[in-house]
Design a protein around this ligand. Structure first.
Ligand SMILES: Nc1ncnc2c1ncn2[C@@H]1O[C@H](COP(=O)(O)OP(=O)(O)OP(=O)(O)O)[C@@H](O)[C@H]1O
Length: 286
């Protein structure tokens, strides 16, 4: 599938987080406020996130980018309620995640959040259809005619109709990831979080998956937040947020591969010129 990065392009570099990143707005689908995440103790301590304020607008597709070890996955996991912050808050709409108990958090993840992982995470003994319907099964929700209609639209849009009775081992990587996307979309979650969703795919299947994620935003009003290290993949998004050394280091509207790559190169150069600013993270271009 050919890629048509959106135009026009504009580039704005966010100020350093401690200089006062614009405060998140109420219209945000998800936002993090003063997020910190520290692993380990003493000399082994790593500040994976070091004061992140960031907001993701509803109905937008945002890519989170940065060098290896910059904190992208940590940020995604905190925003998705998969891990807890050392300090700061995450808001999914008006719901503050750190105030929730385990049961409420599990329910929120099941009903209001969708996940797409690099490794697909499908259950091997179930068919494509059963995998897609699994979130409803787990929530004890009956498949109503409305849900069946939505299911039909999703599997048609994703080109999965002829594959519904197949098990994951009988599907290509791209088809498996499309099943994972249908599963994530089925409950119409507030946000879909995707962590390197094209990491295990060839470029053609990867382009198809990115196209479907973009379609889910454009046609279904979905909010998607995707971690990627691939500038080509980021060009499918409406916005690229750049992370370096656990902080927000850039913000690109309507990203193109060239602009995103230039930003990544700039961050790498800054980091190499000032290694003292990166005591806990090796920076590698990816
Ligand atoms: N469970 C953990 N224990 C200790 N350190 C961790 C843990 N998870 C992440 N880190 C460290 O936190 C930092 C940020 O990691 P993170 O996985 O968020 O980076 P990333 O940008 O997603 O990297 P990559 O692109 O390589 O996946 C890294 O220095 C990493 O080594």
């Amino acid at each position: 599938m050919s890629q048509t990065p959106p135009a026009p392009t504009s580039l704005t570099t966010a100020p350093p987080a401690d200089a006062g990143t614009p405060l998140p707005t109420a219209a945000a689908a998800v936002r993090g406020v003063g997020l910190r995440k520290t692993y380990g103790k003493g000399d082994a301590q790593v500040h994976a996130l070091d004061g992140v304020d960031v907001a993701f607008a509803r109905g937008h597709f945002t890519a989170i980018m940065g060098a290896s070890g910059s904190g992208k996955s940590t940020l995604l996991h905190l925003l998705a309620g998969l891990d807890s912050a050392s300090a700061g808050q995450v808001y999914l709409g008006d719901t503050e995640l750190t105030s929730l108990g385990d049961d409420a958090l599990t329910e929120l993840r099941r009903k209001r959040v969708g996940f797409v992982f690099q490794s697909f995470n499908l259950l091997p003994m179930f068919t494509a259809e059963q995998n897609i319907l699994l979130p409803l099964e787990l929530a004890g929700t009956k498949v109503t005619p409305e849900i069946r209609e939505w299911f039909d639209l999703l599997v048609t849009t994703l080109g999965l109709k002829p594959r519904l009775t197949h098990r994951p081992s009988e599907l290509s990587g791209g088809q498996q990831q499309r099943v994972a996307i249908a599963r994530a979309l089925l409950t119409r979650p507030d946000v879909i979080f995707a962590d390197e969703p094209t990491g295990n795919l060839d470029s053609r299947s990867g382009a198809e998956v990115l196209e479907f994620l973009r379609t889910s935003v454009r046609e279904f009003g979905q909010t998607v937040v995707m971690v990627t290290h691939d500038a080509q993949a980021a060009a499918y998004a409406d916005r690229a947020v750049l992370v370096a050394d656990g902080r927000i280091a850039g913000d690109v509207a309507n990203p193109t591969p060239d602009v995103v790559q230039a930003e990544l190169d700039r961050l790498r150069t800054v980091s190499l010129a000032n290694p003292a600013s990166t005591p806990s993270h090796g920076i590698e271009a990816r």
